[in-house]
Design a protein around this ligand. Structure first.
Ligand SMILES: [Zn+2]
Length: 309
């Protein structure tokens, strides 16, 4: 009798496991495409999630290789959290196809595309990537606006609850804590950067559009003629005139980018090259999303000091 009951319980347990798609340790296995989403998932999921990221802060998330080790990780995932908006179009579809994991395919509850939950900037009038524009669905780099990040956090928390309803209370508590801390920090960052409002910067790739939109900073020029097209000498020469006509504060690049083009322009214009972390893990001091925004705002203020019109 006891043994029958035991096997009945075991069967129910196995069925529940398969329904909620959680592994034997009871943790949601989360595959993220970029470190910012790994950090957010860990913030919101705490002890109930195990998250990995396909890319690091030293890789351009537009272009990575769909390695077999990544396919294995997608295969094991209960939830996939990526940016979407075509950022991963060069590698994620292949990973999804090869993984054979039905739970994390697009439009399944196990697939979460962050950019789908916020308004995107720079959506082109004409959807056409034949000229090499890698932002054909609008700018995908949404994580550098902390307000949008809050919206994404709320949607992601709901998704965690949908996939793992047993731990609903913990997910809700974590979300409230995140919202409270984040709202407070946003005010601090905004105060710190207030003096730079309206100032011009030159960028290498439109990585910073959401940051600029948030802080009212302005993009004077892009070292890339189009998003994803490497800087050419003719394009760089054309920027010299632009820079002469309008005083900018500096040239922004991120860790994973080749600094040559920025240095070339810096040598001819005297503008500082400002290397900013683009995501979590860019250096040892940047282990969380808060660290990331602290570092970006600190470096912007420090490097822009002393540059006057
Ligand atoms: Zn991009």
């Amino acid at each position: 009798m006891n043994s029958n009951r035991h096997s009945l319980y075991s069967a129910v347990f196995i069925i529940l496991l398969s329904i909620f798609s959680i592994n034997a340790h009871g943790k949601l296995q989360v595959f993220t495409c970029e470190p910012e989403w790994q950090a957010l998932v860990e913030n919101l999921g705490g002890e109930h999630v195990t998250a990995v990221s396909a890319t690091t802060a030293f890789q351009d998330p537009h272009y990575i290789e769909a390695r077999p080790s990544l396919i294995v990780k997608v295969c094991k995932a209960d939830l996939l959290v990526c940016t979407g908006a075509e950022l991963e179009i060069g590698w994620l579809p292949l990973l999804l196809r090869k993984s054979g994991n039905a739970n994390v395919q697009l439009s399944q509850p196990g697939s979460f595309m962050a950019a789908d939950f916020v308004e995107r900037l720079e959506i082109p009038h004409r959807h056409d990537r034949s000229d090499g524009d890698v932002h054909a669905s609008g700018n995908p780099h949404v994580h550098l606006d902390p307000h949008r990040l809050l919206t994404i956090a709320e949607a992601l928390s709901k998704r965690l609850i949908q996939l793992d309803p047993t731990n609903k209370d913990d997910y809700q508590t974590a979300l409230h804590k995140f919202k409270r801390t984040w709202s407070q920090r946003i005010k601090e960052w905004e105060n710190k950067l207030q003096s730079l409002s309206g100032e011009y910067f030159i960028v290498h790739h439109r990585n910073w559009s959401y940051l600029f939109n948030w802080l009212s900073l302005k993009e004077l020029a892009d070292l890339e003629p189009k998003p994803g097209i490497p800087p050419s000498s003719s394009h760089l020469l054309s920027l010299l005139e632009k820079v002469e006509n309008k005083q900018a504060k500096g040239i922004l690049i991120s860790n994973y980018q080749n600094p040559k083009a920025a240095q070339w322009l810096s040598e001819r214009t005297g503008l500082p090259v400002i290397t900013l972390p683009f995501t979590v893990g860019a250096d040892d001091s940047i282990q969380t999303l808060e660290n990331l925004f602290d570092a970006i705002t600190d470096r912007l203020v420090a490097n822009s000091a002393g540059q006057h019109d």
